[in-house]
Design a protein around this ligand. Structure first.
Ligand SMILES: O=C(CO)COP(=O)(O)O
Length: 250
């Protein structure tokens, strides 16, 4: 059975008091069913507190980014090796904001995927098309190319440590979510590409999350789709009650 996951990407938000309140608000959350998971991705400066407060709960703590070199003169970066040594469990790789604002291309993202997996971190691999591509109708080719160039060099064994998050860029932070039919169709295409590259078995066991304006009031419909295994949530994860409501929709 595929793991169902709700993950919260805090992005560059929250001051120390706000983040403390948010951790306190979710720390007692327990899923009743075993194949469901909650993950949080706070800014680096709050990872220590997240691990202290949430580390003993079933909630897993991840980082929003990591560099592929293990150490050295890379001012401002934090390596996958450092994250692992810090007991962080997973890392977002390939988020559209990293791609668009910080110029990360498929080749850089591939190196980050490799570095994270080599350290034993779980990779939440983000993919998704910009609006122009959706309007042209070539979104499937665009997303599959992202997978082919940054992910599909992995072995089937390595894929066990990868979760895919499909986040159409036009739906991120815009309040304009993909319809459940659009999300399910892309997730189905991604799953078919994994089956083609690896096997039906790998495809059926890879969790694929949807991200882009997930809210308590659209989560139930999105998560009910056959190929949607949960969500990567931005804005709505910053309020404990909303994040928990979304988790309850899994
Ligand atoms: O980018 C996202 C999560 O990584 C989605 O952000 P929003 O939920 O704010 O649209």
């Amino acid at each position: 059975m595929r793991r169902k996951i709700v993950a919260g990407n805090y992005k560059m938000n929250l001051n120390p008091a706000e983040v403390a309140e948010l951790f306190d608000g979710i720390t007692d959350y327990h899923f009743i069913e075993e194949n469901k998971e909650m993950k949080v991705f706070p800014p680096f400066i709050y990872l220590s507190e997240a691990l202290a407060k949430l580390g003993k709960s079933p909630i897993t703590v991840g980082a929003q980014n990591g560099y592929f070199e293990a150490k050295g003169a890379f001012t401002g970066e934090i390596s996958m090796a450092q994250l692992k040594a810090f007991e962080v469990e997973s890392v977002l790789v390939g988020h559209s904001e990293r791609r668009e604002i910080f110029g990360e291309d498929n080749a850089i993202i591939k190196k980050k995927v490799d570095a994270a997996l080599a350290e034993g971190l779980e990779v939440i691999f983000c993919c998704g098309e910009p609006l122009e591509v959706r309007e042209e109708g070539t979104q499937k080719d665009f997303v599959i190319k992202q997978l082919e160039e940054s992910l599909f060099h992995l072995s089937a064994e390595q894929m066990k440590n990868v979760v895919i998050a499909y986040e159409p860029i036009w739906a991120i932070g815009t309040g304009k979510t993909a319809s459940s039919a659009q999300a399910d169709e892309m997730h189905k295409d991604i799953r078919a590409a994994i089956a083609g590259k690896y096997s039906e078995d790998v495809a059926q066991s890879t969790s694929i999350l949807y991200g882009g304006s997930v809210k308590p009031d659209n989560a139930v419909e999105l998560f009910a789709c056959e190929n949607v295994d949960g969500g990567l949530v931005g804005g709505a994860c910053l309020k404990a009650a909303d994040f928990i409501a979304i988790a309850n929709a899994l």
